[in-house]
Design a protein around this ligand. Structure first.
Ligand SMILES: Nc1ncnc2c1ncn2[C@@H]1O[C@H](COP(=O)(O)OP(=O)(O)O)[C@@H](O)[C@H]1O
Ligand SMILES: [Mg+2]
Length: 390
């Protein structure tokens, strides 16, 4: 036997119906009919109940934008019904509008309900007032439903992205790992060749062999960097309060000790701290500051600064130098692994530093970007998410 399906049976299924559900509760059929007629022009899904018990059954089965509740009903009155509606988790926040004959004695009772979730209308019902009150809650419910849908989609996309990223990381990790073995072979055999057959090779042969070894060294460095980069994204974040000023100062001090003859003015703002992973934030600053140090190396006098500024009300950290800079037309390549904007003959490096920096910042929920001018210097800005980092 075919089951009779109520026209509103899909109304509470999310994503199928764009309509909001309105529950009207009144013991008198003629009142229910009148209310239905009044509300029909709102184009929503109207469900009726002739008693508190019936209302509770509906409330268990579906979500309502608003419940219109007659106060005077035999058996269970409107207030008792409302109290039970509030006890159900699904309907504990559903707005209720009481329909009452007079306010005199019920005044206090209304005050007992949480503001915003409750309203009342005095009989005889004025159609426009009823409709405009109901419409407010209908709008709210539809907007909430839309928000929920968007949120769900976002959550889904975020999860998909995280899975794809993880896969990619695992892939690049295993590829770089697997590349090491044959590379060790090339390195080992070319060393043997150099050692055992040195007297049989002429100058040209020796030179080619040296080049071969230099290339294999370079590849070993690239693989190490690639592994470091993939570890960066896999490493678990341990959040704590980190003194970035102290961290930056000690990194700069170490750089200065390595090249004591360089005339670089170092400016580190006092008291800069952030919530984050101490190890990763150290690597972040190390990469940015050693870039600043490297790309100012052709200047007799240079200035490197670590500080903060504000952009659209948010705290932004920056590392600024007045070195070689770069052309903003190619800034898009800056954070891509192994992409370099300067020739290795001019400034050495493998091009993994800023890619690493970007991953660290991303793992802290922040953003990183750059401003630069050829010959004038570069500034790398970054933000970090977190309560103390705003
Ligand atoms: N402070 C800076 N000034 C000028 N160019 C920079 C600066 N920092 C980074 N760059 C450019 O971005 C490229 C990528 O930087 P990075 O990933 O750290 O690689 P590396 O330092 O190994 O060259 C650099 O090769 C350089 O062209
Ligand atoms: Mg670098």
């Amino acid at each position: 036997m075919a089951q009779k399906i109520a026209p509103d049976s899909t109304a509470s299924v999310p994503g199928i119906s764009e309509k909001a559900n309105i529950l009207v509760v009144d013991d008198r059929p003629e009142n229910l009919l009148a209310m239905e007629a009044l509300l029909s022009m709102l184009g929503q899904n109207i469900v009726t109940a002739r008693s508190g018990e019936e209302a509770l059954r509906h409330v268990l089965a579906m979500d309502f934008a608003v419940i219109l509740l007659d106060v005077r009903m035999p058996d269970m009155d409107g207030f008792e019904t409302a109290a039970l509606i509030r006890e159900r988790p699904r309907s504990k926040d559903t707005p209720i509008i009481f329909i009452t004959a007079a306010l005199k004695n019920e005044d206090n009772i209304f005050k007992g309900y949480a503001a915003g979730a409750v309203d009342y209308i005095i009989k005889p019902v004025v159609p426009d007032i009823l409709r405009s009150k109901v419409l407010i809650f209908v709008d709210l419910a539809l907007k909430n439903a839309e928000l929920r849908r968007l949120n769900e989609r976002l959550e889904f996309q975020t999860a998909a992205l995280a899975a794809a990223n993880k896969e990619l990381e695992a892939f690049s990790y295993s590829v770089s790992h697997d590349l090491r073995a044959p590379l060790r072979g090339i390195d080992g055999f070319s060393s043997m060749l150099a050692r055992l057959y040195a007297d049989k090779l002429d100058e040209r042969g020796k030179e080619l062999l040296e080049r071969l070894q230099a290339s294999s060294d370079k590849m070993a460095r690239l693989i190490d960097d690639l592994l470091k980069l993939s570890r960066m994204s896999r490493k678990e974040i341990k959040s704590e309060s980190v003194d970035l000023s102290a961290l930056a100062s000690s990194i700069l001090q170490r750089l200065s000790l390595g090249e004591p003859d360089r005339g670089v003015k170092l400016v580190v703002a006092d008291g800069l701290a952030a919530e984050g992973d101490r190890g990763l934030l150290g690597i972040l600053l190390e990469n940015l500051l050693s870039n600043a140090w490297k790309f100012t190396s052709k200047r007799p006098k240079a200035r490197i600064e670590f500080g903060t500024t504000r952009r659209s009300g948010k705290k932004v950290f920056f590392v600024r130098d007045d070195g070689a800079g770069f052309d903003m037309a190619v800034v898009g390549k800056l954070f891509i692994p192994f992409q370099r904007l300067h020739a290795a003959s001019e400034f050495p490096g493998t091009g993994i530093g800023l890619a690493t920096a970007q991953r660290i910042v991303a793992r802290h929920g922040g953003r990183i970007w750059a401003e630069a001018e050829v010959g004038k210097g570069a500034t790398i800005f970054f933000t970090l998410q977190g309560p103390a980092n705003g």
